[in-house]
Design a protein around this ligand. Sequence first.
Ligand SMILES: [Zn+2]
Length: 155
Amino acid sequence: MLAVVPPARPRKLAKVPFVELADGRLQGVVSSGSDLDRVYVSSVTAGTHAYHCSTNNNRPCGGLRGAPCKHLVALADEAVAGYGAERVVRYLRIDAGDGVTTGADLLARIDGRHEPAPASVVFDRFLRHLAYLELPGSTTPLPELHWFPSTPLER
Ligand SMILES: [Zn+2]
């Protein structure tokens, strides 16, 4: 049995429904602030610190203008909340990682550049993660998921 480590801080599921340290990246899914049906896939690569953000349909994020966008900040925030700053700093191989307490701190310490990465891998993992979520039987709408289209997912 794997021990379940409680998150360092409660996670904001509505804003960042999926975050993981996997494939050599901090990556995840961030919901759009304005459009409930739109999500962004954001990632930061360990070591090079190259970052990317796009919609799940690979449309580039308009907020990336030579610097990480607000989705990347939200993702980094949630990673720090969920994994603890020390673990994220170590995973991304950030040298001056002392004193990181927020996502903005984390992103201020990376010097990578924007490098496009396909969103589909991360988004597929997110959909699988959703499928595996064991939700208690209930007809009450889940506020965490209400941005997600109510049409059935393609299998
Ligand atoms: Zn973005």
